[in-house]
Design a protein around this ligand. Structure first.
Ligand code: ZN
Length: 495
């Protein structure tokens, strides 16, 4: 039987013994995936539904081709083939005749009226003006362009800086956060003096300081189904720098409905994804991932960590694609998904197809408007997983009293070992959430349990799991170890 390399993406590596790739034997794609899950049973629920169907937020590639456009799981393998599992990360029918394998060229935004540049502007943009592909005509297009950045965080920071430097005339920013000290490791729009300030205020100062010719319009609100179409409508191009699935699907759907290109980027630990979704010329995000992952299957950046330079790289790639779309030069990343692995310093490119049955962008698409995205993704609008509201919880102060009592609860820390190193509660027992189901015997003798994590989301999920397994006296520490540090022990580090 031929030997195939199976590439395991970072989010799933903990369930495959930490391996990034495995060499497996099998004559079909389905065969090697079955060998993979047989050797690593914990992967089963991540890759397959309880009915045994490959989950919709997992896409499997044979070399650079999506198996849905080959023979799916029956696709035969030959020696040396590479099978890649590409799950959606927050933060994705036969090809139609119009697909010639080449990305369509875009025309750029409408030609600008022949305004002249001032002497200062000619000097500022001189290195662009020297490029025949940009020149005065391209620079005018940049000045006339309106770009909306959804999210002014890790991805939005470099994108905003480079687009302003390039001379983009108007930039909308959607963000309602304030600058936190933990943002500065990657969000290069902000400085230490900005900690505690609204991101939009600090970003506007920084961008207009870099280029007074760039007008910044701030939207200090969460993008919702109610406001998205109105916010996106005035812009030529939308750059998706969000960190959560509800907003990602909302941005995609609004762009499809309005007929605008969506410059997509996402990051996870050491890996990034970039593409340009433009349903007028190619696939949309839903053609790639018709459904989001269940909220408990893929951790967020806040839980998983991210290498600080990674959003820099991905954001600069998004800025590059945006500039190309504006000036109408080059081959945009339409119909292609670029994967970047910082640890291996490797780029790979996969083909994306327009799904002829896409619920949103196919000719007879059933969905004609925006939907309730938090419900679609199984998370409430505030981003807290649904389990948090529905499991027994304990406040930090009450836990403190119980721990001092004669009958203290058994404390379980469900975070990762790296987080344990930063800070942990005395007497706690470390069992990372992903290992909990396999290690419940360590807990069966404790008469009462309290679970905690960083901020209370993972421990709520873990509490739900234990309750479902038949445990009765289990509670989750509300607000996690960070709330404990705020309310009980200020000497403990928050992160
Ligand atoms: Zn689509």
């Amino acid at each position: 039987m031929p030997k195939t390399t199976v590439k395991v993406p970072t989010p799933l590596r903990p369930f495959a013994g930490g391996a990034s790739e495995l060499s497996l034997e099998g004559s079909t794609v389905g065969g090697v995936i079955r060998s993979l899950t047989e050797a690593n049973p914990a992967l089963q629920r991540h890759l397959f539904t309880p009915e045994g169907r490959l989950r919709n937020f997992v896409t499997v590639y044979l070399n650079d081709e999506d198996i849905r456009y080959l023979q799916r799981e029956a696709t035969p393998l030959k020696e040396g083939d590479v099978v890649s599992i590409v799950p959606a990360v927050a933060g994705g029918a036969p090809s139609t005749s119009q697909e010639s394998g080449r990305s369509p060229k875009l025309v750029g935004i409408a030609p600008a009226p022949a305004e002249t540049f001032t002497r200062d502007e000619l000097r500022r943009y001189s290195r662009h003006l020297l490029l025949p592909e940009v020149g005065v005509a391209g620079q005018r297009k940049l000045r006339q362009a309106k770009v909306l950045l959804v999210g002014a965080g890790g991805l939005g920071s470099p994108t905003a800086l480079y687009l302003a430097a390039a001379g983009v005339g108007e930039m909308g920013l959607v963000d309602f956060d304030t600058v936190d000290l933990s943002n500065l490791q990657r969000q290069v729009l902000y400085s230490t003096a900005d900690v505690g300030r609204p991101k939009l205020v600090a970003a506007k100062e920084r961008i207009e300081g870099l280029n007074p010719g760039t007008k910044v319009v701030g939207y200090e609100q969460r993008l919702t189904s109610e406001n998205a179409l109105d916010i996106l409508r005035p812009y030529d191009i939308v750059v998706d720098g969000t960190d959560n699935f509800p907003t990602r699907y909302l941005v995609n759907d609004a762009c499809v409905l309005l007929g605008k290109p969506n410059v997509y980027g996402s990051i996870y630990r050491f890996e990034g994804q970039v593409s340009v979704f433009d349903a007028r010329h190619g696939p949309c995000y839903r053609c790639l991932y018709s459904e989001p992952p269940p909220p408990d299957l893929v951790p967020s950046c806040a839980e998983a960590g991210v290498l600080g330079v990674l959003p820099g790289l991905v954001g600069v790639l998004q800025a590059t694609e945006t500039v190309k779309l504006i000036i109408g030069k080059g081959e945009p990343l339409i119909g292609r998904l670029l994967l970047f692995d910082a640890l291996g310093l490797a780029f790979r490119e996969l083909k994306l197809h327009k799904n002829p049955h896409c619920v949103l962008c196919s000719p007879n698409a059933p969905q004609k408007g925006l939907i309730d995205y938090p419900a679609f993704c199984g998370v409430p609008a505030d981003g807290v997983a649904p389990a948090a509201g529905s499991v027994p919880q304990i406040e930090p102060e009450a836990l403190h009293v119980e721990l001092e009592s004669a009958d203290p609860p058994f404390l379980v820390d469900v975070r990762e070992p790296e987080e344990w190193e930063i800070a942990h509660l005395p007497g706690a027992h470390l069992i990372p959430k992903a290992e909990l189901a396999d290690r419940v015997d360590e807990l069966t003798r404790a008469p009462k349990l309290v679970l905690y994590c960083r901020a209370g989301t993972r421990s709520a999920d873990a509490t739900r799991l234990l309750l479902d397994l038949g445990f009765s006296n289990v509670r989750s520490l509300r607000g996690g170890i960070n709330a404990w540090a705020q309310k009980v022990d200020p000497s403990l580090a928050q992160y």
